[in-house]
Design a protein. Structure first.
Length: 86
């Protein structure tokens, strides 16, 4: 476990990101580190790339499997649009 101290400006930016992305501070920080690692040439697994999207859909208990590709595509487009707008 690691503890990180942030200045006021960075803490405010982190809070905005958590609200906009619907993630915890830890998730936002992990994603940022994964992106930086990717830019540095480290391999990031497909799971790590998709982790923010895993489990975001609730079927309400129903076992739905029809049209999952389209539903995922719409969700990803919606999330991408939210990032651009925010």
């Amino acid at each position: 476990m690691t503890t990180v101290r942030l200045d006021v400006k960075t803490e405010a930016a982190l809070k905005r990101l958590t609200l906009r992305r619907g993630q915890t501070k830890s998730e936002v920080i992990r994603d940022a580190i994964a992106r930086l690692a990717g830019e540095e040439g480290e391999q990031v697994s497909t799971y790590d790339k998709l982790r923010p999207f895993i489990g975001v859909i609730d079927s309400g208990g129903r076992q739905l499997s029809e049209g999952t590709g389209q539903k995922l595509r719409e969700l990803l487009e919606k999330k991408q649009h939210a990032r651009r707008s925010g």
